[in-house]
Design a protein. Sequence first.
Length: 165
Amino acid sequence: MKRQPEAERRDIRHAHHQSRIVPRDSADSPAGQFVLVLSRSGTDKQSPMSVSSPSVQARVYHASPEGYVSALAGIQRKTLVNGGRTQLVEFKLATGAAIPPHRHPQEQTGYLVSGRLVLTIAGIDHEMRPGDSWTVPGDVEHQARILDDSVAIEVFSPVRRDYRS
């Protein structure tokens, strides 16, 4: 394995694993981003720290006002990070906006940061307030009516290809 120069990495050791923080240098990442690379240094598959693959990449992104796309009238979406099996998305929702009934194969888990909305899951209305959370199983119809300007954070699994940005 090629090692980064000392000034560009920091090693962290724990149990049978080693991780390196290295600059990310790919075309799909803005400058200044780093990747935490975890790799197993031993062969003890019984270790509670064992990983299923020899290398797992973690991604760290810092807040930015850029990157929002208009999903629907009054609905802005920003994909915060894509993992191997999960995706974190922020939604800015304007008072009076609506997300029409829809379904998708991904499980969707959300948290209402601010505002107020009515989330309808499988025909049942749920009034959501800041601090409330939800899970919508894959292929279950759901929709939302925005009662007050809101911000929601949602995780999709597996990753929605149409939200990769």
